[in-house]
Design a protein around this ligand. Sequence first.
Ligand SMILES: [Zn+2]
Length: 331
Amino acid sequence: MKQHLLIIGFLACASLLLQAQTRAPYPPFTAEQARLGKELAAKSLEIRRQITNGAGPAEPFKIIGNLYFVGNANGEVFLLTSPQGHIMLGTGSADSTEAVQKNIESMGFKMTDIKAILVNHNHGDQSGGAAYMKEKTGAPLMAGFGEIPYVEHGMFNPPAIPAPPAPDGRGRGQGGPPRYPPAHVDRALFDGDVVKVGPLSVNIYLIPGHSPSSTTFAYTIRDGGRDYKVVEFCCWEYPEDLSQNAYITEATVRHTFETFRKLYPIDIYLELGAYAWGGTLNQPSGTITERMAKAKAEPKLFVNREIFNQFSAAREVEFEEKLAKLRASSR
Ligand SMILES: [Zn+2]
C-alpha cells in the first residue's frame, strides 16, 4: 500500500514537472524564438478581434514585386502576377466577390489573365468566392485533395474540435443546405506538388489540422533585382488532446515540422488573414486599419526573416508540451 502511494506521488510530481518545464524547439529554432513566437500569436489574436466584418471592403495594393493584395477586410486574396498570366491565391467569401474583382481590375489586371485559382482550405472565407471567380476567369480551380468534397458541396469540414451547432441550427459540414456556392475542383493538390503558370511557380505543402488538407503556398517573388521567398501559411489548429482532432495525429504534426524546416529562411510571412501577415505584425502598435495602411505605405515591413522562424518554434513547443501532458495524464 505504502509502495503504491509512493509510486502515485512520484507520478504526480513527474507530471507537474513536465507541465512546468518549458521545452526548447529542435535546432535550428531556439527557445528565445519560441518565446517571441508565442508573443506574435497573442498579438495576432488581439488584432484579429478588431476585424468585425471580414467580408467588408479593403484597399488593394502591391505588396512587393509581382505580389498584390486584392482581398477584403479579413485579408484572404492575393494575386501573383506575370506577363504570361496570374495565379489567384484564395477567393475570399461569397459576399466579397464583386469587391475583389473590382480590386483586381483597379490594380490594372484582367480577370481573364488569371490562369489558376488556388484555395488553401474549404471554409467560406477562403473558398466561398470560388464559383464566381471560376466563372469570371475561366481558370481551373485547385485545392488540397481532402478539401475537394467540401468545396464541391459548398460545405465546411466538420470541426476538428467538436463544437455545438451554429445558432441557425445548421451543423458544420454535416448535411443541410450549402453554406456557399459549390464549385467544381479541376486539380487535386498533393504535398510537394508545384503549380506553374508562365514563369510563376507555387510549391504546395499540406498541413492538416484546421481542415483535412489545409495547404501552405510557398513561392519566390522578385523586386529591385532581389528575390524574396514568401510563405502563405495555412493553418495552425492544435487541440489539447490529439485524439479530438479528426485530421491530425502525432505523425502528421511531425511531418508539418519537417515541412517548416524545408522552408526556412522565409523573407515574407503571410497567413490568409491580415491579422497575421508579417507586414501587420511587424509594427509596435496600432489598430488593424492603421497596421494595414502602414504596411501598404511601407512594403519593407513585410520583409522579416524572424517571423516564420518564431511562429515555427512556438508551434513546435506548443505541440511537444501538449503531447507530453497528454501522455503524462494517460499513464
Ligand atoms: Zn478556416
